[in-house]
Design a protein around this ligand. Structure first.
Ligand SMILES: [Zn+2]
Length: 146
């Protein structure tokens, strides 16, 4: 079995509702997402994908369309945010994403894992994700832990 990884970058704002620190204010991070999948390199001599676990370009397309394009330059907030505030943000922001969790890096990486897993081809499994929130902090999701 071989693991292959692609790395993505996106900018995203969030609010941690009721948090006892500065992340309760709207602010952004330059996120970095490492996506590692595992599988057997294809053996079929006649296939243009021979020797590959998965074409990097196909992995890129899945993660770009499902995660990066959606979350890049978005403001992500929990659905339990005050209704008046949500209504006001909806009027003024083009990219507001309401999630049913506190948008910490731990919860985001869990959400991203379920999105990516459901779009991978059958012969390839999601092995792990690493979501960097700052240059010195990241959360990881591993298939073996979940
Ligand atoms: Zn933050």
């Amino acid at each position: 079995m071989i693991r292959i990884t692609k790395i993505y970058n996106f900018e995203m704002a969030h609010v941690l509702k009721d948090y006892d620190g500065p992340c309760r204010n709207i602010h952004g991070h330059s996120y970095k997402l490492y996506v590692t999948v595992i599988g057997k390199p294809l053996l079929e001599e006649a296939s243009p994908k021979k020797g590959m676990v998965m074409d990097f370009k196909d992995l890129k397309a899945i993660v770009k369309s499902r995660i990066v394009d959606r979350f890049d330059h978005a403001l992500v907030i929990s659905k339990d945010t005050d209704a008046d505030m949500i209504a006001s943000m909806k009027r003024h922001m083009e990219k507001l994403i309401l999630v049913d969790y506190q948008p910490t890096s731990e919860n985001l990486v869990t959400d991203f894992a379920s999105i990516i897993r459901s779009h991978l081809p059958e012969n390839v499994k999601l092995h792990n994700l690493r979501l960097w929130e700052t240059a010195t902090s990241y959360s990881e999701w591993f298939a073996e832990d979940n």
